[in-house]
Design a protein around this ligand. Sequence first.
Ligand code: NAD
Length: 498
Amino acid sequence: MRTIQHWIGGKPTEGTSDRRSPVWNPATGQQQAQVILASPADVDEAVQSAATAFLTWSQASLSMRSTILFRFRELVSKRVPELAGIISDEHGKVLSDAAGEVQRGLEVVEFACGLATVLKGEYSDQVSTGTDVFSFRQPLGVVVGITPFNFPIMVPMWMHPVAIACGNTFVLKPSERDPSVSRLIGEMWAEAGLPDGVFNVVNGDKEAVDALLDNPQVAAVSFVGSTPIARYIHRRATTNGKRVQALGGAKNHAIVLPDADIDYASDHVVAAAFGSAGERCMAIASAVAVGGAATDLLAAVTEKAKAVKVGPGRQPGCEMGPVVTSIARDRIVGLIGSGVAQGARLVVDGRTIVVPGHENGFFVGPTVIDEVTTEMDIYREEIFGPVLSVLRSDTVDEAIALINANPYGNGTAIFTSSGEAARRFQRGVNVGMIGINVPIPVPMAYYSFGGWKDSLFGDKHVHGPEGVSFYTRAKVVTSRWPRTDHASDASYLFPTAV
Ligand code: NAD
């Protein structure tokens, strides 16, 4: 059985723990590896390695840092197919989707390659006679990333390229469900010339996470995962005096107006609901049909959901793979059953799907459930599976109110041909990322990614300008170089500009 190790100080290590967790192949239902679950001592070793590396990395020139980032970008982009294969084998998503995830991660690396521009400070000449003021930003120290299973490359890449570009050192605690790619990322950083200890990976579960949150040498924590854990991470790490951004779960709505192109809208709603088997924090979980859109929309999504090609992620032509574990599958199946029991109407039932040759895989077929109401568990819970709930509202304003009453606020979309309705929507919804005729509005890397309400604990979104702000702190210098023959003008008054 293959054993997945940590990556500490520029080399693989097994650490001191004898705890292990299975890594499944979701398409076959077979265990394919085991990952070591770090002990607190292993975590401390990784943090110490990063703390030691910070002493020199924080002094590395901007040109040295950007040279390494450019090399890293080239190494990752040459290995996209290999990385996509590993992701598909452990996560289950189809190869093209996995390659797309690597590409979206690379966009953050490209943003970080421009660090010399984004780290430029400010300068005010002659704020007072003979006095100038300038500001610049410095790294925090050892920063930590704790990441979910659903984007094993992209989500860590929202963090480490920006943190490292800003002069920090990094400890990644990836999901224990699909940890293999993180080790390869460590090797690629090393090949790019990153000094040992600047990027480290500790595999583990709650025990490792808690050791990171409590370690006094950790300056900041970036977390992405489910809302209960995000809330916990934020509380514990801020209590320990750390800077924290903790991105949580989601329940994203797409509203479809009667003036929308229903063919276009239904194509995109179905792709956004069932792509990656719904295991995306930006997946569309709820379609809200406004007024007369309901009949045509329901007919179109029903037909298109039935046509989705489901199978193993590596099989050419497949559009949707399995979900990540049997536990996830059973939970999704249970939530669909609860929807039926609570009065919703099951239109497409994915619970009994069988994929020939992969009978033991963790498959759930595309599921469409109509007449869902906001009190039902299937609406209130984040399902994180291939289930599209259909709700109705009479007006755009009623649909906006429905979205705003939901505790999550990650992403949302409107399908319409009315600029007025789109503008009312974009201004009125309490959600961080909004798509107008775009179902999954994940911002480009030079903007920042983040939700509102229970989808984010902390102030800063990830990557882009807010990521740079999160991983640095500002210094403001007031400077004066008086002439040697200048009479002293020291005063007991609070200094004012003259
Ligand atoms: P998860 O919360 O179970 O795990 C995330 C990380 O936290 C993992 O590294 C895990 O090991 C760790 N963890 C789990 N339980 C813990 C505990 N009790 N104490 C300390 N650490 C713990 O999330 P997941 O199932 O891996 O990922 C899916 C979730 O992530 C969904 O809710 C999804 O919406 C969310 N997500 C959000 C975003 C976003 O940008 N907001 C992006 C991707 C995923």
